[in-house]
Design a protein around this ligand. Structure first.
Ligand code: MN
Ligand code: MN
Length: 332
C-alpha cells in the first residue's frame, strides 16, 4: 500500500498532487525535517539533491549547553513549514529532491577533537554523494568541519554569509581551539573559508575584544547598529558584493536574532534583529551560488515554548529555498 492509497476520496486532485506523500495531517507521522522522507542509507544519497542533516553536538559551548537537542526540536517545529515561499514563489520540492539524511553519528562525544573529526568525515561522505547539505546544530563549532569538507569538494575556500551576535573568530579558550566562539578563525587558518568573501551580520555585545581576527583577516563585520543604519536593502547589497563570485555558505546562529525571538540559545545577546528582518536578508541572497548552510545554537532546554526552534526551522526553510533556487538556476 502506498501513501497515496491513504488519501481519502473526495480530495481535490490539485491539492492531492501538490502535497503528494505529505497529504496527511501535519501533526501525524514521525517528525522529519520539513516532513521530508528519511534517507539514512548512504547508498541512497546519490539520488538526493539537498540533504537536511542533524548534528546533535554541543561539546563546544562556552556557557549554557543544550544545543545537542536542537535537531530533534527543529524537526518537530519544521513540520509547521509549508511547500512554498510566498514572497519568492519558490517551491523547493518542485525544484530539488530533498530528504532528511538523519543525524551525524558522533562517536567522540567525550573528546572534542574526535567529535569534530567525526563530523568532518561524515560530510566528506555527503560531499562524495554530491548532496547539498543544510545542517541543524548543534553549537557553532560544528560549522568548521562542515566547511572543511565543502572546501575540499569545491576545491577552494568558501564565501560566507554569517548571521550571529558573535563573530566566532576568537582565540583558543582554556587551551582549546574547537569551541563555538572560534570556528571561523580556524576555518580561515585551515583554508576552508575566504575571509575576503566573508560577511558577519548582527554583531554586538561584550565579546567584541575577541574579534580582532575578523578585522585583521579582512572579513566584513556589520554590527547591529550598522545594520539599522544601512537598512535591510543596504545589508543585502553589501552581502552580495562581499560573498559573491564563488560558492557561498550561509550560517545562521539563532542568537543573531533578538532574544525575544530566540531565547532558547546558549549565549543570548539583547538588541538583535527580528525574524522578519532575518527573512528579508536571507531572501535577498537569491542569485548567489549558495551551496550549503546551517542553523545552529537552538537549545531546547532554554526554549520551553518552542519559539526559538520554530524560528530556526523557518530560517532552515529560507535557506532551503535559496539552495533549491540555485540548483534550478545552474541546471538552466
Ligand atoms: Mn555563533
Ligand atoms: Mn552567537
Amino acid at each position: 500500500m502506498t501513501d497515496s492509497d491513504n488519501v481519502p476520496s473526495g480530495v481535490p486532485d490539485e491539492r492531492r498532487q501538490a502535497w503528494g506523500e505529505n497529504y496527511r495531517p501535519r501533526y501525524s507521522g514521525v517528525a522529519t525535517f520539513m516532513r521530508q522522507p528519511l534517507c539514512e542509507k548512504e547508498t541512497a544519497w546519490s539520488e538526493i539533491d539537498i540533504g537536511l542533516i542533524g548534528v546533535p553536538f554541543d561539546g563546544g559551548v562556552t556557557n549554557r549547553p543544550g544545543a545537542r537537542h536542537g535537531p530533534r526540536q527543529l524537526r518537530e517545529q519544521s513540520t509547521l513549514m509549508g511547500m512554498v515561499n510566498h514572497q519568492s514563489g519558490v517551491r523547493p520540492y518542485d525544484l530539488a529532491k530533498v530528504a532528511d539524511l538523519g543525524d551525524v553519528p558522533i562517536e567522540g562525544v567525550y573528546q572534542l577533537d574526535n567529535a569534530i573529526a567525526d563530523i568532518e568525515s561524515h560530510y566528506d561522505r555527503v560531499m562524495a554523494a554530491a548532496v547539498m547539505p543544510i545542517s541543524a546544530g548543534g553549537d557553532h563549532s560544528i560549522t568548521l568541519p562542515i566547511l572543511k569538507a565543502l572546501a575540499r569538494k569545491h576545491g577552494c575556500p568558501l564565501g560566507l554569509v554569517h548571521f550571529d551576535a558573535h563573530c566566532d573568530t576568537g582565540p583558543e579558550l582554556f587551551g582549546h581551539k574547537h569551541h563555538h566562539g572560534g570556528p571561523f578563525r580556524v576555518a580561515v587558518e585551515e583554508k576552508a573559508l575566504d575571509p575576503q568573501r566573508t560577511i558577519q551580520i548582527g554583531i554586538r555585545g561584550p565579546a567584541e575584544p575577541l574579534w580582532g581576527f575578523s578585522y585583521e583577516s579582512g572579513m566584513t563585520v556589520v554590527h547591529i547598529e550598522e545594520l539599522y543604519a544601512m537598512g535591510i536593502s543596504g545589508v543585502i547589497k553589501k552581502a552580495r558584493e562581499v560573498a559573491g563570485g564563488g560558492p557561498v555558505y550561509v550560517s545562521f546562529d539563532v542568537d543573531g536574532l533578538d532574544p525575544v525571538f530566540a531565547p532558547g540559545t546558549g549565549t543570548p545577546e539583547v538588541g538583535g534583529f527580528n525574524t522578519y528582518e532575518a527573512q528579508q536578508m536571507l531572501r535577498g541572497l537569491a542569485g548567489l551560488d549558495i551551496v550549503a548552510g546551517d542553523v545552529v545554537e537552538v537549545s531546547p532546554p532554554f526554549d520551553p515554548m518552542g519559539t526559538t526552534a520554530l524560528n530556526g526551522a523557518q530560517m532552515m526553510f529560507e535557506i532551503l529555498c535559496l539552495i533549491a533556487q540555485n540548483l534550478d538556476r545552474k541546471r538552466g
